[in-house]
Design a binder for this molecule. Sequence first.
Ligand code: MCN
Length: 794
Amino acid sequence: MADTGIGAAVRRKEDFRFLTGRGTYTDDINRPGQTHAYILRSPHASARIKAIDVSKAKHAPGVVAILTGADYAADGKGGLPCGWLIHNKDGSPMIEPPHPPLIVDVVRHIGDQVAVVIAETKTQARDAAELIGVDYEELQPVVDTAQALQPGAAQVWPQAKGNLCYDWHLGDKAATDAAFAKAHHVTKIDIVNQRLIANAMEPRAAIAEFDRATGEYTLFTTTQNPHVIRLLMGAFVLQIPESKLRIVAPDVGGGFGSKIFHYAEEAILTWAAGKIGRPIKWTAERSESFMSDAQGRDHVTHAELAMDKDGKFLGLRVSTIANMGAYLSTFATSVPTYLYGTLLAGVYTTPAIYCEVKAVFTNTVAVDAYRGAGRPEATYLLERLVDKAAREMKMDRVEIRRKNFIPRDAFPYQTPVALQYDSGDYFSTLEMAQKKADWAGFEKRRAEAKSRGMLRGIGVSTYLEACGIAPSAVVGSLGARAGLYETANVRVHPTGSVTVFTGSHSHGQGHETTFAQIVSSTLGIPIESVEVSHGDTDKIPFGMGTYGSRSLAVGGSALVKALDKIVNKSKRIAAHLMEANVADIEFKDGQFRVAGTDKSVPFGQVALTAYVPHNYPITELEPGLEETAFYDPLNFTFPGGCHICEVEIDPETGVTSILNFTAVDDVGRVINPMIVEGQVHGGVAQGIGQALLEGAVYDNATGQLLSGSYMDYCMPRADDLCSFQVETHNTMCTHNPLGSKGVGEVGAIGSTPAVINAVLDALQPVGVSDIRMPATPHKVWQAIEAAKTAKAAE
Ligand code: MCN
């Protein structure tokens, strides 16, 4: 049998259907009698709805129904809940404004949902929507993150005074102040981590239907999280018993976090399908995605690092304003707190850290998790600060890092910001990356570039992240309104093939392959004999979905537990078949053997016996071979590593070219090296996108989204990138049965600061020491020109 087990670079099982165009995405599904929905959205960032006139639209061709916020409210349906309660410094709860799927009174961002038109065709629905008259009274919006807290700023919610959602803190303030009091030098930095738009290739879509005969609702939707959507929508929003609500996430074309959340359209369609008694389909147009998908990042931060005379870090103070947008999306509140503040130790031994975060409301679409969620913001801040500290202390950038790294023998390592790291080796990942990137030869390359009039720079980022957020008891005590375990059900069929039902959801990560590899290794059966089923609440026992790079570490561990149960039961069946003692049964390569003898039975025979129990220990064991496990991890996993980027900048045009990018990551035990490499590639491309190209821009005066299409929002393309050098150096996770850490986000976390540190290294000789992301050619050119002017004025 070809090696298809753990560690093999198996080609993705799912690729045949994707590459041959046979994937089934939500928009590919059509239900008999289906209608189409068009969502009428607000053209204003802030406005009072004085009246909605649907009289003309109602009679437009093909219109089946037009429903507004008033209809929704009249049916007594609820708003979209926020899944994480944050407490203020003084212990009081955050402000949690209502989040109705259809707005009744005040629209609070461009794209807010005002009405839904349901018609026989999509075009008819859109045409009819144009006939709806909405009388708006325009109000002054506030959109800028830092300005939201300023006195006199427009108020998004009357109950959130000064637009403050919460004022949270973490760490020991007194100890941090004491560390600063004895500092030899303090490096200060102001950082903006700009707002990003996830831009998954497949836009969000949904089809809802209601079966009058059974009273059951079914929602096909582009989600990373089917059971959580069922829980939230069933229990809180529409009050439908979960037994009457089925959520199906078919093939999903990328999410990058933006499809974790429970969205208004899911609730609108499901509710409306019940009202009209026909299936309703909605697929976002790309411009709708720009203005209605939750966006990411958007932090404004001031930070200070205290050091002794040798550059040893003594203390870190961080003060961040985080933009929530107009409403609290499902996990929004946890991102700038427990996924950010807790990461501020990074890979360093900084003994005292204090972080405060003020979350603000603005008249913009909600901000929530986007690949990395909180951890890229913490990493970017730290790695920029460390580079700046090195410059100010006149120390080598690598040396200052090494001096402050958590030593190899210090694990488990307790940080001052709650997390306890189980394993890591930051020295080796740094050394390997330096070698691979030929760090030592860089100055020669810089000199050669200079001879051509080009500015060359190299940047490093030594990062750490936390994934598989857990355990449930801990996150519950921190405000999570859900558990963060995962489930797996392993069904062995009579002829020995296996179906795995997992609560994790694959939308590009390749679980159908990697989870099958785990089964193949454990049961000694070919990967072709394993099917992995996910995404349907009627098939899967329960699931907490995919985000925070948790699927392997948590979902994969649940699978290992379920497989253990299968093997244990199978051993008892095998012992019976071979008339041996169960303690003497060994299982290897798909064979159950009586230790020390040549007696054996294959796994397939045991499976058949379980279902055809003619010769079976029936008084001790039930027939059948199917097991379920729930796994609640003991801790996060902590991937880390080193990313090095080399760039060349043309000072005449400001164009930055990425010439080399090296990533050496620690992801624990690797199940599939090819998939791991692909995950890092994708993440690095997105991290480079943030550094150089991407940014959501709102007009400050009107709240209009200026970067509302690909004309103005620049995604990285192949010719913006170079060929990446990707490698792993792995230390095992000590608390999950696989030893694996997450990989899905590392690329997006480690890369961005490496790129900007490289850009600033290149610009150093011309006197530029700071730049805001995205470092577009225009911005770089302006910075160079400003530095020239400043120099001339000296
Ligand atoms: N893997 C492995 N060995 C490891 C770690 C992971 O072989 N040591 C494999 C896993 O089995 C899985 C893949 O790598 O097939 C990613 O695993 P994991 O790190 O557990 O991440 P998740 O599967 O939970 O995916 C979530 C993560 C996140 S949070 C974002 S955002 C993201 C990402 O994955 N969104 C993606 N990668 C994406 N890739 C695609 N194509 N599309 C997205 O939307």
